[in-house]
Write a new protein. Structure first.
Length: 203
């Protein structure tokens, strides 16, 4: 299902924006507001036509719908969710599209398919960075505990938390997360191969 959020007539100078968004399914609470925001923007701009296809929060539906949307737009926006964005990124690389990623923040999505994906989000691994910076600036000296919920998003990592604050780049840090550089220079976090109690000592 494809909806044109403004009229179908395209005048010279019109910007055609296309997106596959989750208007139904598990990501609809994110996709519907995004579609509404695009509609409001197009009305205020007056020179844009926005076309949205419902990906139904489903990778297969997205894979079927995205080529049709891409063929009718000048600017192609990616879907919400890292999982759907992985599918969209593979399609963008295969077909030579430039895809604007505004909804998939997994680190692998941010770095995948150079030249085909422009990400406007911070990678998920950096979500807590502002909090850590604030915490480091407070210099309270108290312990910092990091916990995660039961979802699949969080994971355990190894970190050093018992050293004095240190300058790491531009920031003072009380936490040093441990990792390695892969062959491309990207960071691979050190983690246990099975769950261990949070706060366990590394030896």
């Amino acid at each position: 299902m494809v909806n044109s959020l403004r009229g179908n007539s395209v005048r010279p100078g019109t910007l055609r924006v296309g997106a596959c968004l989750s208007l139904t399914g598990r990501y609809a609470r994110f996709g519907r507001p995004a579609a509404q925001a695009l509609s409001v923007w197009a009305q205020l701009d007056g020179r844009a036509v926005v076309t949205v296809a419902d990906d139904r929060s489903d990778p297969d539906t997205l894979a079927q719908a995205l080529p049709g949307v891409a063929g009718r737009c000048d600017v192609l926006l990616g879907p919400y969710s890292t999982g759907l964005m992985r599918v969209a990124g593979r399609l963008a690389a295969r077909h030579g599209w430039l895809l604007w990623n505004h909804g998939g923040s997994g680190d692998d999505v941010i770095t995948a398919h150079p030249g085909h994906i422009v990400s406007i989000l911070s990678p998920a691994s950096e979500y807590a960075e502002p909090f850590i910076r604030h915490r480091a600036a407070a210099r309270s000296g108290g312990p910092l505990w990091i916990a995660h919920g039961t979802g699949r998003f969080g994971r355990q990592v190894a970190a050093v938390v018992n050293f004095p604050p240190r300058q790491i780049g531009k920031f003072m840090s009380e936490v040093l997360t441990l990792g390695f550089a892969d062959s491309a220079g990207a960071v691979v976090l050190f983690q246990a191969d099975r769950p261990v109690p949070n706060g366990s000592r590394l030896f």
